[in-house]
Design a protein around this ligand. Sequence first.
Ligand SMILES: [Zn+2]
Length: 437
Amino acid sequence: MKNLVFLILVSVISLSCAPKANRIVIKDYRKTSVGVPIPLKYSSRKCLSTLRSSATASLPMTKLLSMGTKKLYILRDYNYSDIFSNTELGGTLSDYFENGVYIESLEGSQSLDNCLLQEESYEEDTYEDAAISILVPIREFKEKYSNILNGLSLRELTLKVAPLEPQGEGYLVNNAYYSGRKLEIVFLPQGSVDGSEVPFGGVPLWKFPMVSLHEYGHHIFRELVYTDADKDIAPDDSFHDNKLCFDNSMVDEEHNITSTKSSGVITKMTSLTAINEGFADLLAYYGYAPSRKIINMGCMTKSRDVEYGIFYNGDKKTLNKKNLKSFLNPTEMKVGACNVDTNYQDVHIIGAIYARAWYDVLSTLSLTDSKKIRILISWLKNLNSSNHSISQPTELLAAGVEDMWDSLVQNGYGQRLDKCSVYKNYFPVLSPLECVE
Ligand SMILES: [Zn+2]
């Protein structure tokens, strides 16, 4: 049994992917994200040789190894690269408190082999195939932008592929999340909920490259923006350091949803998380071209696609007085299905406004993706200083705009842009005095 032990100060953990027990709703996506997982199997493909103890284990290879006329693929970079220290396939996750100590265990999993293979791909519906599907976009991103990423001192993560996470009568399904506290990315299994069809057209989330990079984007954000004090905050605030789920929106258009709030208090960390969501969507977009064009993802097809200026229900992506008021409202508001209403209490939605705004601004500059990523990274560095000095949620949201502006200026593009028109189009409620007409 592998145990991870965390000392924490509080005795309650709330999971943003998990259902909440203390409110009554008729249908709620998060509630229905507990279901019956679709089982995966372990691959029957055998390694040609294991590298753990062989001389080849120390070769600095990244992806392809030619041996004579035969081409062999090495999995070393997937499994033991400087991105992921370990990739765990399957198993059952549980977490609990014991004498005030938070314990998480994963039992029955298998590590992704570090070995040579004749083919890089695995059979469908295997844990290994899911793992490779998640790892490839991140590897490609890391390789392409190593000159940017190498200086960032990002810590290694664990990847957990389709673990069973018991919740009530079933298991958490159909989502992915990043946990900064545990330094892990988890892709939950696909599943059927109440006998209904699996979402996203039946395609598992690990087959969407955007999701992998989005989750890795959260890691970059946390490493660059959070202060040491933030990292120590007790993890009952799901907005800031617990599980950052990929999706809190609703997939089934017939059902009503409620907001994603799990604590009633809106803090600057809530705002920071919204900006974090926007950054992660942008990073996925610029970081790996196959991440673009979100299709088959229900309301996310427009709401989370930076190429769209509107949400799925037709609302313009803009932070006006009314939307800000909803976001700051500590009480959960009743909202309709996402084809009818946009839920401005969802951090992903507020984040999508930032993502769309910066996509729009960066598009006017005709820059390479690499340059755009550099601008985003200096945005995060600026946000880190704001995060040290700001305590109010609205102020932090405003810093999300000003710090991007500073980044554009620092990178030499300030002159070519009209700041007040960006405020007017995307952040009217945050407009500074000089931009108020
Ligand atoms: Zn996210």
